[in-house]
Design a protein around this ligand. Structure first.
Ligand SMILES: Nc1nc2c(ncn2[C@@H]2O[C@H](COP(=O)(O)OP(=O)(O)OP(=O)(O)O)[C@@H](O)[C@H]2O)c(=O)[nH]1
Length: 351
């Protein structure tokens, strides 16, 4: 507990919710493989910053030390905190570590496999990944989040993912607020070969949603994805706008929007958790998408998000290319961070 205690007493000068302990790790550049890797290798290579922050630092504790003493416990706590697991989840992991001292944890070398298993068990509790219920098409997915979290990019990548699965996709450019958002989505639609419905900049987003609904029905699309303007949960007019979009689509498509996915910027670490918590108070969110995990050492935040909010993480963004959105799979995620297997045990959707 000493590390967290120091933080709370202000000795490190660090705000626990906005930790920047990992700044040195954040400056590392992930290795770009020379050949296009399989999906798992791609995931692994993109999570190197988080992996360095947790696994490399744990490994560095081991040489020349024969026991897990109090000093080492403090160091472990600091490592977890630097990866942005947050106070609550870090404390919970540390409790598990202490409980297992002398049992599963006899020597420092036991730490890495122990932490791998414990972190995995903490995020395996909720159903996650691409487990969307099968419904009568078109399925309507509303994409929401704060400015710059990656909504438009994610919408484009999602379209690509679904089209690759043989689905017919319509995109609605309902972010009519940001000048470049429509053009940006148009570019993604062209790249992914999705059909785009757009109006002029400044148009009523629910009018775009209305036209997109009609288009999805007449084209017999499987999926309609609606990209919305960045908003804070505190901006009531923007929240009303979301409600209006939802009412418009539900008039013609029963139960729509079937999914409302909150896009969270993974580089904001624990702030993403706080943001998600606040959105959950006003919107019925059915899943999270965590973006930019390739450019952060704070990937541990995903563990506390799943642990504390009990809403599934549907996808993770690991880069800016079409293929850089992967269904979230707890085991693959932990394997990629801990580098346990060069090839994961079940190869279904990741290789
Ligand atoms: N490295 C990386 N960058 C990403 C990822 N996802 C999105 N980005 C980048 O993040 C920036 C913001 O993405 P947008 O998709 O424009 O974000 P937005 O939420 O639509 O933004 P607003 O419309 O302003 O609210 C862009 O430069 C994207 O290329 C990711 O997974 N990895």
């Amino acid at each position: 507990m000493a590390f967290l205690k120091k933080i709370f007493s202000g000795k490190t000068g660090t705000d626990p919710e906005e930790s920047n302990v990992s700044a040195e790790a954040a400056s590392m550049t992930p290795a770009e493989p020379a050949v296009k890797p399989g999906m798992f290798q791609r995931l692994k290579s993109r999570l190197t910053r988080t992996s360095s922050t947790i696994v490399d630092r744990i490994e560095n504790l081991v040489p020349g030390r024969t026991e897990i003493d109090d000093e080492m416990l403090d160091e472990i706590e600091e490592i977890l905190f630097a990866a942005d697991l947050g106070v609550k989840t870090t404390t919970e992991v540390m409790d598990r570590v202490r409980t297992n001292l002398g049992r599963r944890l006899k020597v420092p070398a036991d730490l890495r496999p122990f932490l791998r298993d414990e972190l995995l068990s903490m995020i395996s509790v909720t159903g996650s990944g691409d487990d969307t219920e099968v419904r009568q098409p078109p399925e309507v997915i509303l994409i929401i989040g704060v400015n710059g979290s990656g909504k438009t990019t994610t919408t484009g990548k999602l379209a690509y993912n679904y089209i690759k699965q043989g689905k017919k996709v319509v995109l609605a450019a309902a972010d009519t607020f940001r000048a470049a958002a429509i053009e940006q989505l148009q570019m993604w639609a062209e790249r992914s070969k999705a059909h785009l419905i757009k109006h002029q900049h400044g148009a009523d987003p629910s009018a775009v949603a209305y036209d997109a609904t009609k288009s999805a029905l007449s084209r017999e699309a499987d999926i309609l994805i609606i990209d919305t303007a960045g908003r804070l949960h505190t901006k009531s007019n923007l929240m009303d706008e979301l409600g209006k979009i939802a009412r418009v689509v539900s008039r013609d498509i029963h139960g729509a929007p079937h999914e409302t996915w909150l896009v969270l910027d993974g580089t904001s670490g624990q702030n993403a958790l706080n943001q998600a918590r606040q959105f959950l108070q006003t919107v019925n969110i059915t899943g999270f998408i965590l973006t930019k995990l390739d450019s952060t050492s704070k990937g541990g935040a995903i563990i506390s998000i799943i642990r504390e909010l009990k809403v599934p993480v549907k996808y993770i963004g690991i880069g800016e290319d079409l293929e850089d959105l992967q269904p979230f799979d707890a085991e693959r995620f932990i394997d990629a961070i801990f580098g346990e297997n060069d090839q994961p045990s079940q190869e279904s959707k990741y290789v």
